[in-house]
Design a protein. Sequence first.
Length: 403
Amino acid sequence: MNQNLDSAERRLAAACLISFSCFFAAYMRMPIVPLLAASLGADPVQAGLINATFMITAALLSIPAGLVSDRLGRRPLLLGGLAVMSLSSFLLSRSHGLGQMAVVYLVFGAGLATFSPALMSYVADVTPAERLGHAYGRYTMALYCGMTLGPAAGGYVAALSGLQEVFVLVGALFLIMLLLACRYLPAPPLKPVTIRRKTSAGPALLLILKNRPFLACLLATLGCCLGYGMFVTFMPLYMKDMGMHTVQVGYVFTAQALANAVSRLPTGKLSDRISNKGGLIGSGLALFSLAMAALAVCRSVTALTLVAVVMGGGMGVAFTVICARIAELVPPQMRGLAVGCYNTCVYTGMMLSSVAMGPVIKLAGFAGAFVLNGMAGIVVLVLFTALYHRKRAGVAIGLTDHV
């Protein structure tokens, strides 16, 4: 038992390191792609569309990629995704036209959609059920730290050595992580149920969509990412509109990111110790939604920073428990599909917010948009609570009862 636990700990540590490094590398590119597009003659609309192409592809392909990982195993998808992301980064460094950039970034989105559900599912595959909260607390903290630090590192490298050199470095990081994954992420042993029971794609998707707690977790993910998309896309413009400086924007974003990351590990440990995980998710959603609405009345950097801390903490609590709960709610042979659904909700929520909130801001201003997002979050909280705790008469909620 101790030997199995030590093996799981080593694999989890390797998965966390790979997750941090890959999302750090991926987000190094985020501020650089629009700059490279502009240097090739793109206007702001074209640059924004190119930067959004990978999210569109990732949203569309996450579910089928997760399903394939259930069929072929996590390792082929994980390694293949890393290889595609590395190749696309090297190709971006050699792009000389907007059309080339758009195509290569679509390829990157396919790589991300292949890699992310496979690695997230792998964490659950190698972790004992009673430690899932702890595992996902560590995993999502590593992932989010990479997302947070990546853009600043990308800007720093670009200032030192140039735009194209950033993509070369990113490609090299992905390649190193590919080699690390080959060495330290062996395929987990197949469980007997996984070998005996495989459901085809359509019935599998219908089966998990009948699971009300699982649907509630997807709804919470989508609702939270709608608000988070509003924050990351329009907060800089909101602060600029109030006459604040770029450095002050950085303070607010850093506070949000730190609270988000720091809250995840203790939340994961708490999730393993309590039975009311739905209440924990609901608490995180409530904090997040109230903080979103409160941004509308903040007029100083101090107030914005304090509210951003609350928002980041709420998001960290909700998402850590959601990830662990999704892994618990589905049988292992459908875990990749379930995680693919989760990733699709993340990317879709971010995209919808970026598209929909612009017109809302024109009509109601930034404050109105923040209040609307906060109210939407409360609606999502009510729907989540009703859906998560609702049971059909005589039928257990868990998917494993249907499989």
